[in-house]
Ligand binder design. Structure first.
Ligand SMILES: [Zn+2]
Length: 546
């Protein structure tokens, strides 16, 4: 059995010992960190600093339930949606992360806390019965504490080059930080440049209200933009919110320590990088060993998979007791509807797992505005590659939703992220983007049909003409680009292209090599390769492609 054989009384004693251990060994974790590249989480250091320096802190977190062993709460309503406010503290333009990067973090949180993350498919069989949807969701605030509309993102240009973890400057306007919104109604998240190699830290329930929330380095927030591997899947926030909801590191912050939940194995110390299951240590010496893929360990982002049932009960218990007021927060109530506000409400497909290389995505649009919506254009695809586009038209009254099925798109094996965005900005931009992570294992495999696009003659000599038969299925205003093999744009022009059009592309002046003609239309994009030879023996075109 991997369940700890300790009584509840024994566990209570263990946490007291753990706190004493914290005080006696204040510098040990820093030595530990020095052996690793990144300080995954400094919550424990912040906690011990507050124990030493903030009178009343120990009693306050005790009263908030930090020392309670996880157990089901009789009043647990099962689900809660938490209003989130993001404080972006930036000194350089790079640190001023984009709205889309912030939304990508919210998407990760909602996947992880719903157990819809693609890595959940890899949970070892022995631990699958401990996993489920936590019922906890996260949405950017829509109403600020004064009752005004907000997108939940606050941006502060700070003179501070970075912020120290133990320095409260981050939580104060006067010192280059930003004051939190009331913790009784919002989860405050600060994103900034943390000093050194720290990725993030959190406050435990019961911390001072003007320091309640989590802090994440801008290079470990979300799954796009400024994130750096191996902390580029947004799991730093998943972990830190675990602390904010009272979870303790899975090794109990001590050798074979106690994390106050009854369904995790004892563990010697944090696990860095990725491990292969089963992995044992000096505290869990036999298979299945330690639970290194738990969100409350230090494993790399891509190798984290789940919270256990008792961890979820411990989080829900905090939401039913110390943080109960957040259930009644008005932070998600729109004070006044916008006139034009279409939201990508959710991504219905692909979700979690697919077995075909040709995916048919589905999104749900919601009209949050006061005007009826008749058209919307959705761009979708993979980060860094050409996006497909699809137009929807119909009647979408205020408050209604519509499911839009998008044209098939190809996919490769493994865990991938697909992005969706509305092509036109409206009155509220933070809900125009969604991303979803899914896993593809393509057996037996089925590829999307290719749109036929043809270049001839191919190869062509450098003084001739190459004819390009387009494959667009509808007339589209398109951008045509000729790109060389190094990715440089040779020329570019805009043109209306109709189905069946053939383009004549002069190759005079082109040096020998491979070229790609890209036609990016409003609705879809296609490309064809051709080779230019300088040898005049190669077939020459007449210059007429009809
Ligand atoms: Zn931590």
């Amino acid at each position: 059995m991997f369940v700890r054989q300790q009584s509840k009384v024994g566990k209570f004693k263990a946490i007291q010992i753990t706190f004493c251990f914290f005080l006696a060994c204040f510098y040990l974790p820093f030595a530990l960190i020095a052996q690793e590249n990144k300080a995954r989480c400094l919550t424990d250091q912040v906690h011990r600093y507050r124990l030493l320096n903030q009178p009343g802190y120990a009693a306050s977190i005790e009263a908030a339930g930090m020392n309670r062993v996880a157990r089901a709460s009789s009043s647990n309503s099962g689900s809660v949606t938490i209003p989130v406010v993001i404080h972006v503290l930036y000194n350089t333009p790079e640190q001023n992360i984009s709205d889309e990067q912030i939304v990508s973090q919210l998407d990760v949180l909602n996947e992880d806390y719903a157990f819809l993350n693609p890595s959940s498919l890899s949970v070892p069989d022995v631990w699958k019965p401990k996993t489920r949807d936590s019922g906890i969701r996260f949405v950017l605030a829509r109403r600020d504490p004064s009752g005004m509309a907000t997108n939940g993102i606050l941006r502060v240009n700070t003179p501070r080059l970075d912020f120290q973890v133990l320095d409260p400057s981050i939580f104060q306007d006067a010192t280059g930080g930003h004051a939190p919104w009331p913790f009784t109604d919002y989860l405050n998240i600060w994103v900034c440049n943390l000093e050194g190699n720290a990725l993030g830290f959190s406050s435990f329930p019961g911390s001072s209200g003007n320091q309640d929330g989590i802090v994440i380095d801008y290079q470990a927030f979300g799954r796009k933009g400024t994130v750096k591997p191996p902390y580029d899947v947004g799991r730093t926030a998943t972990h830190e919110i675990g602390h904010w909801l009272s979870l303790i590191h899975i090794w109990g912050d001590a050798f074979c320590g106690n994390d106050l939940v009854d369904d995790t194995p004892v563990q010697e110390k944090p696990t860095f990088r990725c491990r292969t299951f089963p992995y044992t240590d000096d505290c869990s010496t036999v298979s299945p060993g330690i639970m290194f893929m738990n969100y409350m360990d230090y494993t790399d982002d891509g190798c984290m998979q789940f919270f256990t049932d008792s961890q979820m009960l411990r989080m829900q218990s905090v939401l039913d007791n110390f943080r109960f007021s957040i259930r009644n927060s008005s932070g998600l109530v729109l004070p006044m509807p916008y006139v034009h506000d279409v939201e990508i409400d959710s991504v219905l497909a692909p979700v979690k797992s697919n077995s075909y290389r040709c995916l048919s995505p589905e999104v749900r649009l919601r009209n949050n505005g006061s005007d009826t919506v008749y058209t919307a254009q959705i761009r979708y695809g993979y980060p860094g590659s050409v996006q497909q586009a699809e137009a929807w038209s119909g009647i979408l009254p205020p408050g209604d939703v519509v499911t839009v099925s998008l044209s098939p798109i190809g996919a490769a094996d493994g865990i991938q992220v697909m992005e969706f965005r509305l092509a036109e900005q409206d009155d509220q931009s933070t809900n125009n983007y969604r991303s979803v992570a899914f896993s593809l294992s393509s057996l037996p495999g089925e590829n999307c049909p290719e749109i036929e696009m043809l270049a001839y003659p191919n190869p062509v000599y450098s003084g001739g003409t190459v004819c390009v038969k387009t494959g667009l299925q509808r007339a589209q205003e398109s951008q045509i680009q000729l790109v060389d093999v190094a990715g440089r744009i040779v020329w570019s022009k805009d043109q209306l292209i109709r189905p069946g059009d053939t383009l004549a592309v002069a190759t005079g002046g082109l040096s020998k090599g491979v070229y790609i003609l890209v036609i990016a239309g409003d609705l879809n994009t296609e490309a064809v390769r051709f080779v230019v030879h300088e040898d005049e023996i190669m077939p020459a075109s007449t210059g007429n492609c009809e």
